[in-house]
Design a protein around this ligand. Sequence first.
Ligand code: ADP
Ligand code: MG
Length: 334
Amino acid sequence: MRLSEFELIRKYFNTANLAFEKNEVLLGIGDDAALLNLTKEQELAISTDVLVESVHFPAGAEPAKIASRALAVNLSDLAAMGAKPLCFTLGLVLADANESWINSFSRGLAKTARQFNIALVGGDVSKGPTTIAIQVQGLTRPGKALRRDGARLGDQVYVTGDLGDGAIALASLGIPTHLGDTFLFNENQPSSACSQYLEKAYYEPEPRIEFARLCAEFINSAIDVSDGLLGDLGHICKSSGMGARINIEDIPFSDSARCCVTSENLLRAALYGGDDYELCVTVAEDKREQFLLKARESRTKITCIGEIVEGNTISFLNTAGAEIPLEQSAYEHF
Ligand code: ADP
Ligand code: MG
């Protein structure tokens, strides 16, 4: 029987002989980043993400864009922990050493590194199918990191930005999505204004570092939405021993996404699509006002889409309050 991505990790990597306890490891496999005990004042958050040509970006894509996206998706995991970016390493596998390609890649990487004040401190270069493996490190204050397991009964569920753009953009860039053949555009192809917007959303996801750091003390749990809302909110629910109720009418979509696909496919892109790199956070009722104030200060669009409830399932309700049936599970690589 084929193993799912998460079964594979659990069975072969999150094992007693690999992921064993160390005094310094405060949080191991299972969250957006691991947490290590550094000093009395600081913890270290570590996360890694791999991008493969033709899977995560089209062959022939502009190297500067690939580079800044590769760093941004890693930074998104630091944002999900409420961590402040510190440094990163770069594992780069290239089919050949084309200098103009590498020059553009380096410029794109530098732009994002400077923007988020994260310094390159090492890496490795090798020959093979084009692949980018980045590991990021960030700092948090002891006990203050955001985690997936902190959702409490009655918390409101918020997301930053818009959902669904990532999967719709991937399809418009010509990369097959796992949403299948029925995931079609209204007019075969989106208009050029919509494609431009989606392409920017895809290559320049905004890691929500500032939002997370400003709002952290009012947030109970957090995750970055990289594999679709169903799967990622599912991780929060599972780790927290809770369920969730989401009002589908409240899920935020960009105008470009709305004009490209049917409302049914919009929802599929948000729930099962992935590649959005927005944050999903849960906030207790009595912290709501302070949370909203800080979110505004960070100039980040946020939307309340539902609440945390008892149980272990996520239900999606339409405007009439009826539960809509789910058609497939979250994105997995296998
Ligand atoms: P994310 O979407 O936040 O990058 P993933 O869904 O990829 O996280 O991974 C889930 C958890 O499993 C994370 O804590 C990640 O560090 C861990 N993980 C993923 N792949 C491996 C691996 N090959 N070995 C050990 N841990 C892994
Ligand atoms: Mg993540």
